[in-house]
Ligand binder design. Sequence first.
Ligand code: BGC
Ligand code: IFM
Length: 815
Amino acid sequence: MSYGHFDDDAREYVITDPETPRPWINYIGRKDYVGMISNTGGGYSFYQDPRYRRLIRYRYNNAPRNVGGRGLYVRDAESGEYWSPTWQPARVDLDDYECRHGLGYTTISGTKNSVATDVTYFVPPGEDLEAWRVTVTNEGSEARSLQLFSLVEFCLWDAMDDISNYQRNYNTGEVEIEGSTIYQKTEYRERREHFAYFACSADIDGFDTQRDAFLGNYEGFDQPQVLEDGAATDSVAHGWAPIGSHQIDLDLEPGESEEIVFLLGFHENPEDEKWAEPGVVNKEYVEPTIEEYCDPESLDAAFDELDEFWTDQLSALQVETPDPETDRMVNTWNAYQNTVTMNLARSASMYETGLTRGIGFRDSLQDQLAVLHQFPDRARQRILNLAKIQLKDGGAYHQYTPLTGEGNAEIGGGFNDDPMWLVMSTAAYVKETGDTSILDEEAVFENEEGTEAPLAEHLQRAVEYVWERRGPHDLPLIGHADWNDCLNLNCFSDNPDESFQTAEHDIDEERAESVFIAGQFVYALEELAALAEQTDVLPESSDEYQQYADEMTAAVQDAGWDGSWFRRAYDHFSDPIGSSENDEGQIFVESNGMCGMAEIGFNDGKAQDAMDSVRERLATEHGIVLHQPAYTEYDERYGEITSYPPGYKENGSVFCHTNPWIMITEAKLGNGERAFDYYKRICPAAREEISETHTTEPYVYAQTIAGPDAPTTGEAKNSWLTGTAAWNYVAITQYILGVRPDHDGLVVDPSIPADWDGFEMEREFRDATYEISVENPDGVESGVASVEVDGEEIDGQTVPAFEDGETHDVRVVMG
Ligand code: BGC
Ligand code: IFM
């Protein structure tokens, strides 16, 4: 069952039933002002930082879901009937409802009793505001007297304080009202000098700024007192819970429409600005902006700009394959999700509150992998910013706060995979752009002035960090955890069980090892070896980096192989994890994927065996699960992974992030059928028809899908902000379709289903456009018989980097 459909030409997902199994959301705004909007108008917004500069209040884990925050009500002044054209908050059945989530905008239309209302929400590019463009049309044959009420519930800026510190914040709220604009100026007194405004293009017939006056003391957002009465109370908030609500009376003749624009914006005064009058909002800064965007022409122009931005961004890579679901993901939705994820990392979604978590080091570095061809400059900047929170010893702060750029000292470092992602993403950046100058860029360590060193030195310290921290099997120490945050093999010091402490065994010493990091190290060091061929700024030579990779490969071959697959780790007591010796957690996906991507065991059949084992033991109809069997009991030796019920999250769900690692390995091994089969199992668009099982949005990836051990198998959770987006994009575009940047050009090496007769890709690469057509006359899964570039056959599979601003034809014949 689906709740809507894709409109591919419009690049929209159209939801036709407001009661989706979860709020199905979209993001508006890209840079400073960011909003989340659900298919019923819910969600919240913030300026730069979802915790400290929150504009709209959001109640987490609320019931009913996702009410409050952002509301619209239409009221029939004669009958007193009212509804929300976005269905929520009033939740009155509509005669017609449709929500179109597009790229950077959402349009929701709701018709009731012949009154059609449609509202488009978007952030004009470059502005710190969201516009709600509302059109109300009388579609009936009688004149109508209507009223429109808006509603924003303001958050008192620090969203954590807002939900916890009522003894203070019931007293701090302050507003000003001038004309049709409501200013939320809580904290302005303290010269924090930022304020929000909620403006309206129409002359208003009333307003409210105190929530309890609007709702009534014991009414909900579905039955506000003001809507029951049909009259705003002109309340002015002094403390308690400030809101913004406008009342606009509309008399519409049959067929008549009226457009009303609401603007919710943020402003911060220049640093050295003094108030004209202490505590009085400096309206002069925002009045021109309000005037500008209340004008439909400016809004049209801004909307066109937004549309052009996306057309331009997406044109960097477009495909036409025999599979429409692949096309819609690659051409539009996956690329779109990549951008949102790159901007927000894991901070603010329907499942991440934006309160506690900064931008993750590993998360953000992986997010870059999918946007390098779209935003090389931003990716470059992000990589360098992340380098600044690398620790002097080569490790890294696990997270940083976007507002300050500071590493999160509370969490600290000790996730021993972190530094390797810096190497991997930098290498990918150079392959995409050819820009080795990034390696010369200076960045501090630990945010500390005076510690500047070129990025090349940061990478070197990353290598040394892992190299110097190897355990009893010469495999890298796992530290607090590797990619799997919950595989905590040294967790006794947090939660000491003295029985593990013996004369021979010191529970405080970090001893557990990770085969995953070993695979990652080999991958990264091979990349460094290739990079060292391109530039001499790296401290060691290509051969030397290769030497590290070879030694680590030998350690994996020795202690990392279990007979039919790669082991996952060694615990604190040097017992294997991910081994047939274990009762539970016998085989894990992560180490098999990472060692496979690093091509360990490609020469002796191990990689293929590992893939066969993954297929046999981990692949389900809903994707590949993390491990089997799932852990049935909490086990202190393994930590948080065993705290989840079987089949959920890190304990044996389909953790979608890892599936592309298997797709990539299968593709590298030439198994196009399998690679694509795995791609389709978790592809959101391909799961649209089972939306009632999948439950999250069919246009974006979710972090997990419950595994077969869970009672709710197939149910997805934590949609939108997940490394799944970037890695799936890399898997499908670079390994299945097989067009991937390398230092000296664009490699074409498809691994596709044998029944595809070919596909086309248009891709920008280093200031040239490549129009690639792949033909598959013999129905093979992989292998390239010939490559022609601009009509001439070339040797090998690497199309040169022309960097000439021209378009080049590439014809690839498989066979
Ligand atoms: C979650 C992980 C998450 C980690 C750190 C764990 O509880 O299961 O997915 O990465 O916390 O926030
Ligand atoms: O690798 C992590 C990621 O950084 C955050 N989410 C969970 C993943 C697996 O634990």
